[in-house]
Unconditional design. Structure first.
Length: 132
């Protein structure tokens, strides 16, 4: 679930393979994506995030992709591959930080500068955690 700058709310509907947008009043506004494996289609929605005032980002667990849609129109923009299974995203300025699971190494993390066409994936299995 994510909150857009205009106050509308975006909810991932895993059963239909879509993200649904509702006005603050609860009125349905639009749907993003549909179930499938093609461009703009989603198979296993996990989480959504909003970037700025114009972009919706959707993590697709099974397809291992992050898809981008225009908030104003619902139009599909593009997708980037993620080597892990994405389960959480946070947008900081024009960069998307992605947390995921890697079937071999365990935890993975990704960084997607929205100005780029690819995601930089990192296997975090070799990072040592330090406490103060």
């Amino acid at each position: 679930m994510a909150l857009a700058g205009d106050g509308s709310i975006l909810i991932s509907d895993a059963m239909s393979g879509r993200v649904l947008q509702f006005a603050r009043s609860g009125e349905p506004l639009r749907a993003f994506g549909r179930r499938g494996d093609g461009p703009g289609e989603l198979r296993s929605l996990v989480t959504v995030a909003v970037a700025g005032d114009s972009l919706l980002l959707v993590a697709d667990w099974q397809r291992q992709k992050i898809s981008q849609y225009e908030l104003a129109t619902g139009a599909y923009g593009r997708a980037v591959d993620f080597t892990g299974l994405p389960f959480a995203m946070q947008v900081v300025r024009d960069t998307v930080w992605i947390a995921g699971l890697n079937r071999v190494a365990g935890t993975s993390a990704g960084v997607w500068p929205l100005t780029d066409d690819s995601c930089l994936d990192h296997d975090t299995g070799d990072l040592a955690l330090r406490t103060a």
